[in-house]
Structures are given as C-alpha cells and as structure tokens.
Design a protein around this ligand. Sequence first.
Ligand SMILES: *Cc1c(COP(=O)(O)O)cnc(C)c1O
Length: 369
Amino acid sequence: MRTITIKPKALTHNLYQVKKLAPSAKVLAMVKSNAYGHGVAAVLPALQQADGIGVATLAEALEARQLGWHKTIGLIEGAFTADEWQTAIAQDISCVIHHEPQLMWALDNIPPASSATRVVWLKYNTGMNRLGFDAKGVIDAAAQLHAAGYQLILTTHFANADDSSHPLNALQIQRFNDMLQILKETVSQEVKGSLCNSAGIVNFAEHHHDWVRPGIILYGSSPVVDQSAATLDLQPAMEFCAQIIALQTVSANDAIGYGSLWSAPHDTKTALVSIGYGDGYPRVISTDAYVTVINAADQQRYRCAVLGRVAMDMIVIDASAMPADTALNSKVILWGEAPHVDEVASHAGTISYELLCRLSTRPARIAAH
Ligand SMILES: *Cc1c(COP(=O)(O)O)cnc(C)c1O
C-alpha cells in the first residue's frame, strides 16, 4: 500500500483563505503540472469557487475543458505555435501574450467577440527577465490588441515574492503599477491587472489588482519564507502514505542499506517502510527527516527518524520508541499533517513544489471525502 490521498475540504478551505486575503480580486487557481502533483481531476471539484484556473500547457488546458471546467482557463505561457493559438480559440482559452510571434498570431486570427480568447493576458517583464515585453513593447502591443478588439489584463510575475524584504519586489511593483496606469490612460480605462502569485497575495496586500494567481497556497504549503502553513491557517491537501512491511532489530555497530550510511550505536529496533524514490520520496534527505507511524495495534502516533539511504522501493525508520506490539502493515505518513511537506522539502534541500510535482504514478491515488 502506497497512497496519495487528496483532501477536497482542505483545498476549499485554502481557497477560502485566499479569498479572505484578497477579498476584492478574482482568483485564477493555478492547476499547472497536474495541479502541483495532486491531479487536476481530483482538485477541480473543490475549486468551483475560483473564477478561473491557470495552466502552463495547451494539453493541460484541454484536459481541464474535457473535465468540464467551463469558466476561465488562463494559459500562462500562451500558445507555442499559430496552430495552438487556433486551438485556444476553438476551446475558449485565454492566453498570455509575451512576445512578438504570439502578438502576430493574435492580430492575424481574431476570435469571435463572444470568445474567451478575446481576453488576453499581456505579459510585462518587470524584472524576472524570463517571459514578457519590455515597457515600449507592452505599450505597442496593448495599443494594437486593443484596436483589434481584445480586452487586456496586464500581467507580470515576481522573482522574489517569497522574501518580502527583497529589494526587487518594490521595483517590480512600481514598474507594474506605473505601466497599468499608462495603459489605462493611453489605451483603455478597461485594462485590468494581475500581479500576485501565492507569496504576493500574502506579502503585498495593497497590490492584488483585479486577478490574483494562487498556486502553492491552495495546496496547503506556505508560500513565504517567514511564515509557516500553520501560521497562515492552511491545510495540507495531500496525505502521502505507505506502510510498515517488516520489523527488525539491528545489532550494535551494524549498518543499514546502500552505502552503509547509518550504523546502529546500540541494538536498535527498526521498521522497513514501503516507500522510496520510485514513488517520489526524495532520495537525498537529511538525518533530521522523520515520518509518523500510526501503530495499528494501539492507534497511537509515533515520530520515527529516517535511517540511512532512501532506496527506490524502501526506507528504514527508527522504531525504538515504538511499543513491543507494533503491528506489521501499520500506516506510515511520509507527509500530511506531520511531517508537513514543507518540512520534508527543507530536509531534502528543496521546496514543496518540487516534491509534489515529482510524485510518480506508482502510489495509488485516493480521494478523501
Ligand atoms: C505558477 C505560477 C503562479 C503560481 O505560483 P505560486 O508560487 O504557486 O503561487 C502564478 N503565476 C504564474 C505566472 C505562474 O507561473
């Protein structure tokens, strides 16, 4: 048994937290990369109160339409080809336009007035220096798109929103706000704005504009460096579990697993757990890493350290604090309430986003009620 359980109530709760933080903005719930590994089909029913969803690829957009999502779909890197632009029109997908070729496709193929593709997210490079037009390019593109009948949402993306003290934030905010003002004055008062990802929603409350674009916060991880998920009253939307498949006692000075990384300082009771990097549990993890065992014999929870190297299919945990009647097949929580995926990520030298996205297809996926 290896399971990934998705909790719709947690997703709905986290969406509600976003709405409390950004009460006047519309919400584009980011469900790219298979909803940050949670599964698009599993999360969409819980995100019905969002005004739209955001995806990175056309295939993701088409999947969401197929699953019956009727509201806005924002394609955040836009069409990659003229053909994709045509498909976006056919499926009523709203695209980012971030460079000249996309602008040309849009001007050469104007969707019907009723189409959602008439709304374009015009990307302004305010300092991230990945996608987007420079100031002059944005003003030119906005004028042309407006003249062709498009409605515009000026958008940009923060490079350091997780760290509110980073000096680039103020500069990006100022460039964005100034440009929005220019476009309102010179192109149309109707131009809308979208600036904030999850971290921006938390850190820059005065700059939420018309649309916010929460991602990780919906899944229950903290988007900022100085506040935990618990402090932000977020609930983890995923529980990742396995089970104890064997119990052992390792003799003093004997080592465990590949590389013999961990040697028992004294006779130590251990448990083998049916999880590994083949499931998406990180192979490189610090000695502080732990799991929670729910002993099937007494239903008590035990915090157990991960010992030695994580293998493809197995890990070994320290069961010395567990009672003599510890039951085979007891449930082991890799992440969920405790440890939180944010903790596991920090023990693995990465961020929750990566751990969530790189889960494999091997664990069974279960929807909680
Ligand atoms: C992924 C993404 C988001 C969401 O980011 P989080 O940090 O997960 O909130 C928002 N906007 C854009 C353009 C993105 O690519």
